[in-house]
Ligand binder design. Sequence first.
Ligand code: ATP
Ligand code: MG
Length: 734
Amino acid sequence: MEMNKSLLKDLNAEQQNAATTDNQYTIVLAGAGSGKTRVLVHRIAWLCIEKQYSSGSIFAVTFTNKAAAEMQERIQALVGESYFNGMWVGTFHGLTHRLLRMFSEQAKLPPNFQLIDTEDQVRLIKRIFRELKIDEKQWSAKQCAAFISAQKEKGIRAEDIVPEDPKQVMWQTIYHDYQVICDKLGYLDFSELILRTYELLCRDEEVLKYCHHRFCNILIDEFQDTNKIQYRLLQKLTGNTANVMIVGDDDQSIYSWRGANADNLQLFINDYPETEIIRLEQNYRSTSNILDAANKLIAQNTKRLGKNLWTESGDGEQILLYVGYNDVDEARFVANQIKKRHQEGDNYSSCAILYRSNMQSRILEDTLLQAGLPYQIYGSIRFYERQEVKLALAYLRLLHDHNNDMAFEAAINTPTRGIGSITLDRVRSVAKQHGISLWDACLTLIQTNALSERQCLGLSRFLDLMEFIFDKVESQPIYKQLDLIIKLSGILQMYEQEPGIKGQSRLENLEELVSAAEQFYHSAENTVIEDSKTGKPLTVLESFLAYTSLESRDLVNEQDSVQLMTLHSAKGLEFDNVFIVGLEDGIFPDQRSAQDVEKLEEERRLAYVGITRARKRLTLSLAEIRRLYGREERNLPSRFLSELPVDALNQISHRGAIKSSDRNEYRDYKKAYPKKARQIDDGYKLGRKVLHNRFGEGTIVCIDGEGEHKRAQIAFVNEGVKWLVVKLANLTLL
Ligand code: ATP
Ligand code: MG
């Protein structure tokens, strides 16, 4: 009993109530930092220690592996190892994998079944393409793989699809064939894990009985981000007997693009009408300045279940808003702030820099490196180590140094050029035999007619292509060289075929690489780098290549380092000092949400997630000028900034600090903020479709000003995003 008291002493009354409830179905619906995860952990301890459930009865689901590891640690700390053993705590993928291992026979899987990742999946599909004589150039295997995964996430098998167009007819056939091969060879892709488990439980009474008997306590964190098939799986596992606790926050639902659905919260309440809903309203994480900002921001969303959050901790520091001259200036400001924090005694790891998209990390990485600050990228790969960046650089290297074998290996068959492994093995062995480079080995093989015609053709085509590119780029500055290489080598086309977010982010990274080279080029004009061995000055190209390979070396071990991550991967985590960068329209919220009110609301939830990661200090920043896609762009400040309480903000600009008594500049600034429309209803509202006689159809994404000064930002279907004065634009409301 002693232990139990101490178990609960760390919880407030509502939290205790939730952790110890006897209700079979419970939802803890509460805002960020209110202790949801803490309740879940304590409930598990409570169930084991007080309610005497065996540890084997616990089935606890979290969203990421990192969160799962953290939860395991927290539970162990509370209950000790002896209780902990036998608990199932993990992600949906991890736990279903475990179940399928236990019941592989019942799931009609070979006992040694293998997990395959997206790349394997695509390779398999390409094989089917070849068998079915489908033109790989016309149809994208990656798109097909994405289609199959999306179907599985909805619980749909190939035979259940009702195709809507010829493409789907084909995807359906491939889905079918793909599954036949996977089943035969014992391959499981990630979405199959969940669907297969669900089907197993539907089909096999015995297994279902086992689960019902064993997993009496099901607990799910971050429930707002579960998808359809996960929900159905949960229902199956629950049956009528299990105790279920779900914790979530509809305001933090940020994965709808991956099929997640916050409506699952409501669905659960409907499906289990006896559900007790517990709300937690005290936030223990953040200062009230930070919390007020988060609350005010999220209040702009219309689709909400609605919650209150308050805190007992004091106001804390104001939120710092820095307006940088450009992106480099912005990054330097952040680095300086972190330096200052460190000097004042904070660990580097208490500082997190959050950004909307991975491509934004490059400039931050460069700046942190220059400032000598250790950093770590969570959930992603350092910029210069990313596949697409490494590939483009390999081409650059190979063009200027034919003898660079590493670069040769990277470039020769990516994108695929139909040069087979037998041919490549020949090249390698000739190189080895004569002690020459792979490039020269190719030449030797071609000149000596030592290959079949087809093999010879493949290699000489590659060499010709490289010569061709070299002629084009030779006299150009490095950034133009990279740009041309990306376009001429087939790299661009290859990544254009990769569907969805991933393909897009690869293209963005390539553009970012060109920008990086350009910046380097301009700065290199003033600095001469010397070769450490010979003392001779390096050319700009040589220094750039040296720089990029140096960069990708781990400078520090990952002990105490600044944490860099996307806003998405920051979910559930907390840091004393949070920096959210790139608060500009078009970056955050991102371009895509400009045309879609629902997407905009999801972006706002993402901003809410970001802000609520901060415990003590929050710094927001933007750049007046940003190098984007190789161009200098001026973006408007993020509309989210205008939704924050002015009093909580302390704005500093690269032009100097702005005193609170002198807010003129700030006000000017605010004028530029696209304000939410609250004027007389003349029909021109966010989300409204309009027709312009020259630009065609578009959607209003922003309204600013009133009366005859009223301007609308319109995302046109074919003409991009434009600001128009409503009075003059002669628009037709659709
Ligand atoms: P998120 O929505 O971001 O996942 P959450 O609701 O899961 O947040 P937790 O991470 O569980 O919140 O808790 C936020 C912070 O507040 C943690 O540092 C936690 O230890 C602390 N905390 C929660 N409840 C209490 C409490 N009753 N007393 C003291 N600290 C608490
Ligand atoms: Mg949590």
